[in-house]
Design a protein around this ligand. Structure first.
Ligand SMILES: [Zn+2]
Length: 238
């Protein structure tokens, strides 16, 4: 049996502590997975990895912007894997994100393993946000309080992301961390909530965690983390 390895570059905790500088290129990241999430250098928007391509969703004005990311762009935080659909089901009727998440979880064997999530469908409603580009002297919890949010009705697209067990809260966010990108690649972001009309849901296994660190980044090496504060910030902002 082939093992699925979740490649995680850096931790959400490091982001929360203000380490926004990118240290791993998109090219290197994509060697480790074809599906995933993350953010870009200077936390400039949301990273969406779908079918082996990396996209950036960023927002400032009335409309969000989605662009394909060049291979030399660097990321401070990302989680990717080679998604393997293990549980596949058709969602045939309208459901809220809360209801669909419960349905997805009903297929889990326990709550102690990471999972990959891919939902391709038509959404009656999609509500996303984007982390705005920031410099390291502004705290993440501060940045997170003014993130632009965008809504769309009747939109086709794909949700990608990771479900994380409670035990790893801090390394990433416990529960769902999902990003959306529209079929026409013009709308996307960090998923807040949605209503699915119909679609296909895929849940994939994760057998191993490959946790990488920015080992040459002096800022990371000597950063002092207040773990309680970090966990609190993740709760508030993710
Ligand atoms: Zn996100």
């Amino acid at each position: 049996m082939e093992l699925v390895k979740l490649f995680q570059y850096n931790t959400l905790g490091a982001l929360m502590a203000g380490l926004y500088g990118g240290t791993l290129t998109i090219q290197e990241l994509l060697e480790h997975g074809d599906l995933g999430i993350g953010t870009l250098d200077s936390i400039d928007g949301e990273l969406i990895v779908l079918d082996g391509k990396a996209y950036q969703a960023k927002g400032s004005g009335d409309e969000p912007e989605v662009v394909e990311v060049a291979p030399d762009v660097k990321v401070p935080y990302a989680a990717v894997l080679f998604h393997m659909a293990e549980v596949v089901f058709r969602q045939r009727f309208e459901m809220t994100s809360e209801e669909l998440e419960k349905r997805i979880e009903s297929y889990y064997d326990g709550e102690n393993l990471f999972r990959s999530i891919k939902i391709m469908g038509e959404f009656a409603h999609m509500h996303v946000r984007m982390i705005p580009k920031s410099s390291s002297n502004i705290k993440f919890s501060e940045v997170a309080t003014h993130q632009p949010e965008y809504k769309r009705d009747n939109i086709k697209g794909t949700i990608v992301g990771i479900w994380t067990p409670e035990m790893f809260h801090g390394v990433s966010v416990a529960g769902y961390h999902l990003h959306f990108i529209s079929e026409d690649l013009t709308f996307g972001g960090h998923v807040i909530d949605y209503i699915i009309k119909e679609g296909q849901v895929e849940v994939g296994p994760v057998d191993q965690l490959d946790q990488r660190f920015p080992v040459q980044d002096r800022q990371f090496l000597f950063a002092k983390f207040n773990i309680d504060e970090v966990k609190e910030d993740i709760h508030k902002s993710e």
